[in-house]
Design a protein around this ligand. Structure first.
Ligand code: CMP
Length: 140
């Protein structure tokens, strides 16, 4: 086990429904600590850059339009094995496949409007954290 940091986004479907607190409670109850957080409205350029790895996928345009449609909450989460732990707490990308008790099982509306994003590796967590936060904004 190792203390790690990972990156999280509470997505527009969740900010719109005013369930950011319910989602953060699941993260905290699961053993993760919020060490940085800000509510922002992503620009199209920022969203396209963040999801650049998906730019050739058929859902890319829809994904970017969705991510800029309402505010999001970007966060840095810290804890033991935080990358994997966060993904366990979130559940599968498709809410139909997500395990009981996970954020996506309880809150996601569809595979696109799936309430949260979480880094898929420690390497990507570092890149994604740096895309949104500077060192002074992270207070562990
Ligand atoms: P996320 O973890 O943010 O990473 C990429 C996102 O693309 C994913 O969550 C989904 O919200 C979205 N996505 C993945 N597959 C599809 C799909 N088939 N249709 C629409 N959006 C998708």
């Amino acid at each position: 086990m190792a203390l790690q940091r990972t990156f999280s986004i509470i997505k527009p479907d969740a900010t719109k429904r005013n369930i950011t607190g319910a989602i953060i409670k699941k993260l905290e109850d699961g053993g993760l600590r919020v060490v940085a957080s800000k509510r922002i409205r992503m620009t199209r350029e920022k969203a396209e850059g963040f999801y650049a790895v998906h730019k050739d996928r058929p859902f890319f345009g829809e994904l970017v339009d969705f991510m800029i449609s309402e505010p999001v909450v970007v966060q840095v989460l810290e804890g033991e094995d935080a990358v994997a732990r966060n993904r366990e707490i979130m559940g599968a990308t498709n809410p139909d496949e997500a395990a009981d008790g996970t954020i996506r099982k309880e809150f996601a509306l569809s595979i696109g409007e799936n309430s949260v994003h979480g880094s898929d590796s420690l390497e990507n967590a570092k890149i994604e954290i740096e895309y949104f936060f500077n060192d002074k904004e992270i207070v562990g």
